[in-house]
Write a protein of this length. Sequence first.
Lengths: 107, 112
Amino acid sequence: KNEVEQSPQNLTAQEGEFITINCSYSVGISALHWLQQHPGGGIVSLFMLSSGKKKHGRLIATINIQEKHSSLHITASHPRDSAVYICAVRGGNQFYFGTGTSLTVIP
Amino acid sequence: NAGVTQTPKFQVLKTGQSMTLQCAQDMNHEYMSWYRQDPGMGLRLIHYSVGAGITDQGEVPNGYNVSRSTTEDFPLRLLSAAPSQTSVYFCASSYQGGGDAFFGPGTRLTVL
């Protein structure tokens, strides 16, 4: 069973496009995290959300606790945004991870 | 702050060999955890700890041991490596009450 489901699995966009990645979860959570992993690289945390919406530069993350759903938006996408984006939720003492969305932004 | 550090970055083992993956953090985080990342499967929890002297199993604990003698260090031991343990291993830490999760750079392990 997958506690966290992400869509799409793969995404190719032209530079400048608006991008949305979706995450649904089935467990009770204290927080939801959006993570970024570049090819062959480490994992960095982009956002931690427990309600509402957060914005960092061109990235926006939203969460709807009632619907158990979160979205990550990238405005004016750029080739350097190419990476795997991972949704993770914290339930008690455990984190549960989605399988990731592989984003490629073409110049 | 160095954040979360992991050593080694790469390791090749033969079946049956043992080794320890090191993880350390300097942020005084209570919660530390080990994950393995395999293609198409996402990160899976191996073991975690909520403080010195306290450890617990995650989703895929078989073949791995951990200990937490200090707040800073959380080593992962492979007692008898198997090819099925070929993976990329990440250590992470956070405050027990919540907050951002910080990940180490990962260890790429190959078992022949």
